[in-house]
Write a protein that binds this ligand. Sequence first.
Ligand code: ADP
Length: 469
Amino acid sequence: RRKWKKMVKVLEELEESCGTPVGRLKQVVDAMAVEMHAGLASEGGSKLKMLLTYVDKLPNGREKGTYYALHLGGTNFRVLRVHLGDQRSAILGQDIARQPIPQHLMTSTSEDLLDFVASSLKNFIEKEDDGLEQPSPRRRELGFTFSFPVKQTSVSSGILIKWTKGFAIEDMIGRDVSECLQQAIARKGQDVRVAALMGTLALGHYNDEDTVAAVVIGTGTNACYLERADAIIKCQGLLTTSGSMVVNMEWGNFWSSHLPRTSYDVDLDVASPNPNDQGFEKMISGLYLGDIVRRVLLRMSQESDDFGPASSKLAVPFALRTPLMAAMHEDDSPDLSEVAKILGEVLELPDVPVKVRKLVVKVCDVITRRAARLAAAGIVGILKKIGRDGSGGIAGGKFRSDRPSRMRRTVVAIEGGLYTSYTLFREYLNEAMKEILGEEISSNVILRVMEDGSGIGAALLAAANSASE
Ligand code: ADP
């Protein structure tokens, strides 16, 4: 009895410290907008790096031709080819090769990693060419999305600032990513030009010109958005043809005292290869959610032997991956048989009683709900910064006060396995958007999923930027 109560207490304390009432979310919204401003005001002015991308020309739907893209994410690596017709959303065809990045390459050398990338690209191009009557042009336009913090130095080059998501390849930090890739490709005897390092936003904008921002929530998390050039204070006199520029926020590193942090978050951070870094990402993204849950369950198991043998896998870091945590969370069988199966097979906890399984589901719910709601607050923070949150400002125009301002239609492109594959996460996020913005404003804000945006979008950017040359 006493032990059961202790376990319940662990859960209650968790719920309490992970609380995200709408008032708190609004504080996070404000903090995000303030930090964005600070990061744009001066170099190092905020934990948000607010990196310039030099992308001021987003695809508008009128691009045509054949383009390639490479996408190096957290777990997977993709090569794509897209064929564009000459009207909006006329992606005539696309071929994709996808493969997991071998674990050992994540901590090897830049040469090993990029040689792997370049070989995959070469195989892909050769294989595809076999099936064509006419070989594709010798020089290929290639977009490259590299999902790590890069300080862009031009539209097609950028320097790696640091690794995240479990990667650690020392010799690549401080080097130009495109150049490294270009060299690797040249080593394979291919002639491909690296055109740009940006994606989901480009696909969003290609499909819908009201798209103002893009958010990725997968293994890691990040966001970028279209900012007015004159708001980028740290780069005075920035001239762009469109008057705006895509800013890569690197929002995974966002931090605010309003974020509901628990001892589990602190422990996870300390044990990570990048302590004190990527605080927002560590509360939100797929690499970490399962491990936060594991830490809570471990704590519970120390309070009670209802969980089974102390020798279980619960003490093993990252033993519980987020997709399996999601499967437990979404188990709707009456006796929670899926939960039992995963606890037994993955964590080596056989025979966990049903009432304890219910606690496990609840823990998953608390952690995922917090993550989704904080992500929603982050998105609204971006909208607030650019005056699209309905709080007046630009959207209100000259008529304020009693006359309800007409809010412009606003689209945010969204991508990543956590949002697309984890239904409850998505529902919590969407629900929180409504809570924060209110029913009326939120009806003008559309979150639109971009399947494979980071890949296809990179190809589209290559297209948008080659057309002008
Ligand atoms: P990446 O971020 O590695 O480029 P994705 O956007 O596809 O790739 O995201 C993959 C991540 O999404 C996984 O690491 C995992 O954390 C999460 N994920 C994938 N499928 C699911 C699922 N069914 N439920 C919960 N999370 C998932």
